[in-house]
Write a protein that binds this ligand. Structure first.
Ligand SMILES: NC(=O)c1ccc[n+]([C@@H]2O[C@H](COP(=O)([O-])OP(=O)(O)OC[C@H]3O[C@@H](n4cnc5c(N)ncnc54)[C@H](OP(=O)(O)O)[C@@H]3O)[C@@H](O)[C@H]2O)c1
Length: 166
């Protein structure tokens, strides 16, 4: 059996990956994390191969109930094969990409950092018992191309800071 955990399973990319994995691997089971499983896509809510578990990336105390629920589906001694972190925050009711210094908000930056950065690390830490096995484990975290400092030096394949040729 292929055992897959997807954080952000209710999102566009997380749900699409879950559906693709279920279709590609008939022996797969998916545990999906999101804040409100009742708001996850119907395709996942109605699948008997999917278990949706409440999790808030900004609240480390929710990890205990995640690991309790995970143990019932994938016992830690058997582990998981793949962890996909597809949770991400760019927009919400109170968070949006700032375009001016006047729009900066410490609270919004903290929320974005919690979902996009620390939530990933704390989840992987909580999953250590599911990841320490002899078999190969895969961990993938979905980000955005614009999040790459190295990549942002390039525009259409041309380095922005490239020295001009005489
Ligand atoms: N869509 C694109 O074209 C695109 C392109 C490049 C990169 N990306 C990146 O890919 C990632 C996913 O994008 P997406 O388009 O699938 O985003 P999305 O549809 O907005 O989904 C975001 C996911 O993150 C979860 N999430 C947000 N806040 C959370 C919190 N506090 N705790 C737990 N889960 C939380 C949401 O779950 P709930 O709100 O249900 O809890 C949802 O499952 C992001 O990092 C994004 O930057 C997307």
């Amino acid at each position: 059996m292929k055992r897959v955990l997807i954080a952000g399973a209710s999102g566009a990319i997380g749900a699409a990956l879950a559906e693709a994995i279920l279709a590609e691997y008939p022996d797969s089971r998916v545990v999906g994390l999101c804040r409100d499983p009742d708001r996850a896509p119907e395709t996942l809510r109605s699948s008997d191969r999917v278990t949706l578990v409440p999790w808030d990336a900004g609240d480390s105390s929710s990890l205990a109930s995640v690991t309790d629920a995970l143990e019932l589906v994938f016992p830690a001694r058997e582990g998981i094969d793949t962890l996909i972190y597809a949770a991400g925050l760019l927009h919400s009711d109170t968070v949006f990409p700032e375009k001016r210094l006047e729009d900066l908000s410490a609270d919004a930056m903290n929320q974005a950092f919690a979902v996009n950065v620390t939530g990933f690390g704390m989840l992987v830490q909580a999953l250590i018992p599911w990841l320490r096995h002899k078999e190969l484990k895969r961990i993938a975290a979905i980000s955005a191309k614009v999040g790459s400092i190295t990549d942002n030096r390039w525009v259409a394949g041309t380095p922005i800071a490239a020295p001009r040729r005489p």
